[in-house]
Design a protein around this ligand. Structure first.
Ligand code: SAM
Length: 253
């Protein structure tokens, strides 16, 4: 009996380590180590607060009992919102520390440590695929998108938040002053570059929204009890200058 339990634990450890290291190159191991370190040190304070994730639910409009995969799920903040909507939720992240903390924050989710370039899921499994603030950090984005398409059902919906290289902060501060976080592989693309990437990977753009959080954070400090974080708003500027973009997409088949 005891032998069987030890054997089970060893198999589990072996599975975790092969998932982590077999599918990763040296740079990915470095990125994973940086995220392990940052989550150990800062935990939730590294990420946006829970209310900042309401907007993704408003955009995705997931149906009860739908099946969602959050790729690079971090500490499980979006997974928790999906579960509150009755969605069967899966999360995967390269960081062991992220997944360990997610298991405490969001125990109802199915959580896996793994690399977005090799998703350990069957073809045609998910109704919804989300990837928030993470695609720009991935080394082989085309492979990541191909994997997400593979595991998505035919009529699945995809929601990505990605960083804009034309935004003032990136263009005039982070990038030229070399302040971008290279250990965590921080990167950005312009609106046209993201659009071309998604379309050339066989995804169809349904809608694009500017990231609402810079505005909502300001509003929160002025009217903390009168802010609807899930409300979609119109902004009086061209989308090309948004801080980040939120793309809603479907498979182009
Ligand atoms: C800025 S955090 C965003 C976390 C989460 N999506 C959120 O918005 O709360 C970026 C996440 O990407 C994960 N990540 C980076 N490269 C990855 C990869 N190749 N496969 C899976 N996760 C990855 C990191 O571990 C980290 O949790």
């Amino acid at each position: 009996m005891v032998d069987q339990q030890i054997w089970k634990q060893l198999c589990k450890l072996f599975k975790i380590y092969t998932q982590i290291y077999f599918f990763m190159n040296e740079r990915q191991v470095e990125i994973k180590r940086w995220f392990d370190w940052v989550y150990q040190k800062k935990s939730f304070s590294y990420l946006r607060p829970p209310e900042a994730y309401d907007i993704f639910i408003s955009i995705l409009k997931p149906k009860e009992n739908g099946i969602a995969l959050d790729v690079a799920c971090g500490l499980g903040l979006l997974l928790k919102k999906l579960i509150e909507k009755g969605v069967i939720s899966y999360g995967i992240d390269i960081s062991t520390e992220a997944i360990n903390q997610s298991k405490t924050y969001c125990p109802e989710a199915n959580l896996t440590i793994g690399n977005a370039e090799n998703l350990p899921f069957d073809n045609n499994t998910f109704d919804y695929i989300t990837c928030i603030g993470s695609l720009e950090r991935m080394l082989d984005r085309r492979k990541v998108l191909a994997e997400q398409k593979r595991v998505a059902k035919k009529n699945a919906t995809f929601c990505y938040m990605v960083r804009n290289s034309e935004n003032f902060t990136w263009k005039y501060l982070l990038n030229p002053l070399k302040l971008k976080n290279s250990s965590g592989n921080q990167d950005a693309l312009s609106y046209d570059e993201w659009k071309n990437l998604f379309e050339s990977c066989g995804l169809q753009i349904l809608n694009v929204y500017p990231d609402h959080w810079p505005y909502l954070r300001l509003r929160k400090s002025l009217f903390p009890f009168r802010t609807d974080y899930g409300k979609l708003r119109r902004f009086p500027f061209n989308i090309c200058y948004a801080y980040e973009f939120i793309f809603l997409l479907s498979k182009n088949e």
